[in-house]
Design a protein around this ligand. Structure first.
Ligand code: BG6
Length: 509
């Protein structure tokens, strides 16, 4: 990979969980793989007073705990990496903090022989969203942002989710950001796009000629996108109880998965070519009418149960959750993509916390053969034939990453009885390397100026338009109640019933 220009990376929210668990370990890994540009410096910015040394010691611990290739304490690699780290104490809405930061960054540049004002910057906003606008405004006011037209100098800003909590707040946020930055400098992150298996959706579709001719309403009956999690809210209730599964998972990760499955082949893999196609898909999804929401969505909330021997309390008894909360921890949603390719093909999205197990999978279910050739079989054979399963292509995003194609095969013997059989591919068996983590890939892309796997302004706003329509429906007092499900199960029975009944109504061929 081509090494990019030198850069100083500043991440705001340096004391937070994301920095410790994901960002610093990702940067450490990039350094190990010799992918960071020469003279990279990494500066953590947060409110708490801390020395550079204290920060380095804390991050060292985080690397030992969370890095992909766990290093030994005191190893040469670890020291080499932590010597790139610095810490700056400051307030997110205080211009002096940002002026001091500028002086400090210029000094770091100078040490590397870069003249003041000529250093590239990658700012990473991993703070609570309430301070996003303050930080951006301060960066603007204190002249941290290079002119985007300058070919020899760049400033890029990565913005974490949640990107607003509805269309209105997302628009305000975009307006504030774009009053300081050019869209080409903004990198709205969705870590699902950094997952190898998610990028492989595009490779699978557009790098092979076998499936693309079948990839439409003529051959595909419906699509399931499932993101199941076995974890509960686990200490994040102050965020989660104000958010819910629809905003937390569907607005971003799941609509991105849908867009990648449903998009047209882009003209190239240039950032805007890919993003244009994704936006077209999102725009083709009709918004759901307020009084129609119960025909498209089921929401659930977990009640006490057990997952792998671990007792989970009622969601309402989780510390920090309001005792009368109607926040959904599960959602099942039916969407259509009203375009030439997908008209009439439902996309069923399901996600939830405290479910049986962790599983992210996209199942593409093909239509049954047009003629049930074996329909004249008798008695017990007939039962087998009725049980004939359609072909299903499963793209397993995590865990046990891989691809499975289920096809009907004749069971050896005198009778014509078919059985679904799987053709499988697993990453772990085929490739002998551990794939990079999502954040490694995305930070590296931002350093090299590739925004293909980041979300554009129109994408985020279109996604919110869809989500708002469901939220408005749920806010309506006539909307059906939230369904309870036991932790450690597959979600509310009502969701299963809704999807199963809906599928029965689909034409088979
Ligand atoms: C985050 C959500 O964006 O994604 C979390 O805020 C969720 O609630 C997480 O647990 C899931 O990510 P992954 O990579 O573990 O599937």
């Amino acid at each position: 990979m081509k090494k990019s220009d030198p850069v100083t990376i500043v991440f705001f929210g340096a004391s937070g969980d994301l920095a410790k668990r994901k960002l610093i370990p990702a940067l450490f890994q990039l350094e190990q793989d010799d992918l960071l540009p020469k003279q990279t410096r990494i500066v953590g910015f947060a409110r708490r007073e801390k020395s550079h040394e204290q920060f380095r010691t804390e991050m060292e611990k985080a690397i030992i705990e969370f890095a992909r290739s766990k290093p030994k304490i005191g190893s040469r690699e670890l020291n080499a990496f932590t010597s790139l780290l610095y810490y700056h104490t400051g307030k997110y809405d205080n211009s002096k903090s940002f002026k001091d930061l500028k002086i400090f960054l210029d000094k770091l540049d100078e040490e590397c022989g870069i003249p003041p004002g000529k250093g590239n910057r990658l700012f990473y906003l991993s703070t609570p969203p309430t301070v996003f606008c303050d930080i951006i405004a301060m960066l603007g006011q204190t002249e941290h942002i290079a002119d985007h037209k300058d070919k020899n100098l760049w400033t890029r800003v990565i913005i974490e989710k949640p990107f607003g909590r509805d269309l209105k707040t997302a628009r305000t946020l975009n307006k504030n950001i774009l009053s300081v930055l050019d869209e080409s400098q903004v990198y709205r992150i969705d870590h699902y796009l950094g997952k190898e298996t998610v990028q492989n959706i595009m490779a699978f579709r557009f790098g092979n000629s076998i499936f693309e001719p079948l990839w439409d309403r003529r051959y595909i009956s419906h699509v399931h996108i499932t993101v199941a999690e076995a974890i509960s809210v686990e200490g994040r209730s102050s965020y989660y109880d104000n958010t819910g599964a629809l905003r937390d998972m569907v607005q971003n990760h799941m609509l991105q998965l849908l867009a990648l499955v449903a998009m047209e082949p882009p003209a190239s893999f240039a950032p805007n070519a890919v993003r244009n196609e994704k936006v077209k898909v999102l725009n083709a999804i009709p918004t759901i009418e307020v009084n129609e929401v119960d025909r498209h969505a089921v929401r659930g909330q977990y009640a006490a149960g057990t997952i792998n021997g671990r007792s989970i309390p009622d969601y309402l008894r989780e510390p920090g959750v309001k005792s009368n909360s109607v926040t959904e921890t599960f959602v099942a949603l039916k969407l259509h993509v009203d375009n030439w390719r997908w008209a009439g093909v439902p996309f069923y999205l399901r996600t939830g916390k405290a479910l049986t197990k962790r599983l992210t999978e996209i199942n593409i279910e093909f239509r049954q053969p047009p003629l049930a050739l074996f329909r004249h079989a008798k008695s017990d054979e007939h039962k087998e034939i009725e049980r004939m399963k359609p072909n299903v292509l499963s793209l397993r995003v995590q865990p046990n990453e891989g691809i499975r194609l289920s096809i009907g095969m004749k069971i050896p013997g005198p009778k014509m009885i078919l059985q679904p059989t799987d053709m499988e591919f697993y990453y772990s068996k085929v490739f002998d390397v551990e794939p990079p983590k999502a954040y490694e890939r995305l930070i590296l892309d931002a350093i090299s100026g590739d925004s293909t796997l980041f979300i554009r302004q129109d994408e985020v706003e279109t996604a919110w338009t869809l989500i708002d329509s469901v939220l408005d429906g749920w806010a309506d007092e006539k909307s059906p109640h939230i369904h309870l499900y036991r932790a450690g199960t597959l979600g509310p029975y009502a969701a299963d019933e809704f999807i199963t009944n809906d599928i029965k109504k689909l034409a088979t061929f």
